[in-house]
Design a protein. Structure first.
Length: 275
């Protein structure tokens, strides 16, 4: 099936997975002092991930959001532990928790990807997972897309964050077109539903990071019966603190609330809490 993104291709050759990709746009973060608006007070949070490995991290941020992956949905941020420790030093004077997590998302479909599921068997426990779209048999369909998302979320929560309690964090799903997606919005939606179902099974809350344009291209309109409906939104795209505050009034991606907005100043991303 034709994919939305030409930025990365996944092939299996002689049992090895080869990933060809262009540099992905990443959520960057530096000190939030002044919030880009000229003030000396800290008014924003920050997000960090693999691009900030072994670099100086912000100080005095109101809240911190840490990327779990290394740019792809099936990878691990090598600096996760250090960056989580940084996030937990946040001031925490907003409606956000001091530390939250975000994960890269993707739906590569059955293109010879080594970790594409061929059944609903849980990769860690061996149990058979419940799939609202029916049995996964390895096909490029909603059932296996759901299972793939469920598996990625489980690996994020149980192996990629070490011994940290996964239920103790809010999990944001980073949904961007620079990752691999299918042209089938129904398959992509099923994938994201699988991720959401796993995180919510832990008792965690889930939110969505995307622009309206990217979300509509990847997932389209979400039914009110979907577990994606009504989730909090974290909206990027603002250029300064003032526009980030205004963006808090923008519609959420799936009928929920816009609780965080993001703006960029000199290639640095800042996060403003709407609550």
């Amino acid at each position: 099936m034709k994919k939305l993104s030409a930025h990365r291709t996944v092939l299996t050759l002689l049992g090895a997975t080869i990933i060809l990709l262009s540099p992905a746009t990443a959520l960057a973060a530096k000190p939030a002092h002044g919030g880009g608006g000229g003030s000396t007070s800290v008014v924003t949070g920050n997000d960090v991930s693999w691009p900030q490995c072994n670099k100086s991290l912000p100080k005095g941020q109101l809240f911190g959001i840490v990327g779990v992956n290394d740019g792809l949905a099936n990878t691990t941020n090598p600096c996760f532990s250090t960056e989580l420790a940084w996030a937990e030093t946040s001031v925490g004077s907003t409606g956000q928790g001091k530390a939250a997590l975000y994960v890269n998302t993707a739906n590569p479909g059955n293109l010879g990807v080594a970790d594409w599921p061929t059944s609903n068997t849980d990769p860690l426990t061996g149990a058979v997972d419940t799939d609202p779209y029916g049995p996964c048999t390895g096909a490029d369909d909603q059932a296996c897309a759901y299972q793939y998302g469920h598996n990625m979320a489980e690996l994020d929560a149980q192996t990629r964050i070490g011994s940290n309690n996964p239920a103790g964090f809010k999990w944001w799903l980073d949904v961007e077109t620079n990752n691999s997606w299918e042209t089938s919005t129904s398959n992509n939606t099923a994938d994201l539903e699988g991720m959401t179902a796993y995180f919510e099974s832990l008792g965690s809350s889930v939110g969505l990071y995307s622009t309206a344009t990217q979300w509509n291209q990847i997932a389209g309109t979400v039914s009110s019966t979907s577990n994606l409906y009504g989730l909090d939104s974290w909206l990027p795209g603002s250029s300064n603190l003032s526009s980030a505050k205004t963006a808090c009034t923008l519609p959420a991606l799936t009928g929920g609330k816009t609780t965080v907005t993001q703006y960029v100043t000199k290639r640095v991303d800042y996060d403003y809490s709407c609550i």
